[in-house]
Design a protein around this ligand. Structure first.
Ligand SMILES: NC(=O)c1ccc[n+]([C@@H]2O[C@H](COP(=O)([O-])OP(=O)(O)OC[C@H]3O[C@@H](n4cnc5c(N)ncnc54)[C@H](OP(=O)(O)O)[C@@H]3O)[C@@H](O)[C@H]2O)c1
Length: 257
């Protein structure tokens, strides 16, 4: 039976680990031809081997998302090898735990470079062709951390707020162009990014469960999707809380040690 993904060409950034790796493997299993972009070439090659062993098609595209030319070249290679790109998952990202008093500009810039500029570089490498073809989908893995500030998360929260606003603006500009935009706001997922955390992570999700949710929201071409619903509801309630109440609750619920 043909699936939504049959014969689609999909570019996944951050495909060497965690959510991106999970997405790439699952997309290939559903019939997509997948371009896997990240910095670690050997690890990407291992994921491609796993995809091919399952009968799927994958292409390793080693590149750093902060390098706009490298990302553009990777997208060109994918188009040449596998065909026009139908869907982009702008997923590559880094975390970071720093108290405001210890914040270093370079460290802050590093998070913004990957999480924001990296997503912009990925979009600009594919958007022109999608608009010309009158079809495509741009998906970003933002975070529930995009909605309000969190303790020891100034860089991460601001990067995710920026990337969500960026994709929302794209969605407005691209209305009627045939190119859809989907903003994913996940809560905590078991990946190498969260593996070292000592703090209790509420409603921590298994990777397979999260990948399934992200793919279903993408297939439904949702404009935005926040999950799990329990944490998404609390975060949304936080958006309409007065600051004194939000601060009182947030200071007592740090997710970073
Ligand atoms: N895990 C969670 O709980 C969670 C929750 C909400 C949102 N998210 C978001 O989901 C995305 C993926 O996170 P994850 O948990 O899967 O993390 P992860 O396992 O640490 O994977 C991060 C991926 O990003 C890639 N990457 C990092 N810097 C890069 C760069 N400069 N150029 C190219 N690729 C780069 C890494 O590959 P290389 O090191 O090989 O370059 C890796 O493949 C991130 O945007 C994260 O903010 C995660």
């Amino acid at each position: 039976m043909a699936s939504y993904w049959s014969n689609k060409v999909v570019l996944v950034t951050g495909a060497s680990s965690g959510i991106g790796r999970g997405l790439a493997i699952e997309l290939a299993r559903h019939g997509a031809a997948v371009g896997l972009l990240a910095r670690r070439a050997d690890t990407l090659q291992e994921v491609v081997a796993e995809i091919e062993a399952g009968g799927g098609r994958g292409l390793a595209l080693p590149a750093d998302v902060t390098d706009a030319n490298a990302v553009r070249q990777a997208a060109d290679t994918l188009r040449t090898e596998l065909g026009p790109i139908d869907v982009l998952f702008a997923n590559a990202g880094v975390g970071g735990t720093v108290h405001a008093a210890k914040l270093e500009p370079e460290e802050f810039a590093g998070v913004i470079d990957v999480n924001v500029k990296g997503a912009v570089n990925s979009v600009t490498a594919v958007i022109g062709d999608m608009v010309k073809r009158g079809q495509g989908q741009l998906v970003v893995i933002s975070s529930l951390a995009a909605y309000r500030g969190l303790p020891k998360s100034a860089a991460y929260c601001s990067s995710k707020a920026a990337v969500s606003a960026f994709f929302e603006s794209l969605r407005l500009d691209l209305h009627g162009s045939g190119v859809d935009v989907t903003i994913i706001h996940p809560g905590f997922i078991k990946t190498p990014l969260t593996a070292g955390r000592q703090a209790r992570l509420p409603w921590l999700m298994e990777l397979g469960y999260a990948v399934d949710k992200i793919l279903k929201a993408t297939e439904a071409r949702k404009k935005s999707y926040a999950f799990p619903w329990q944490l998404a509801t609390i975060v949304r309630a936080g958006m309409i809380m007065p600051n004194f109440m939000y601060d009182w609750i947030s200071r007592r619920n740090s997710f970073r040690e």
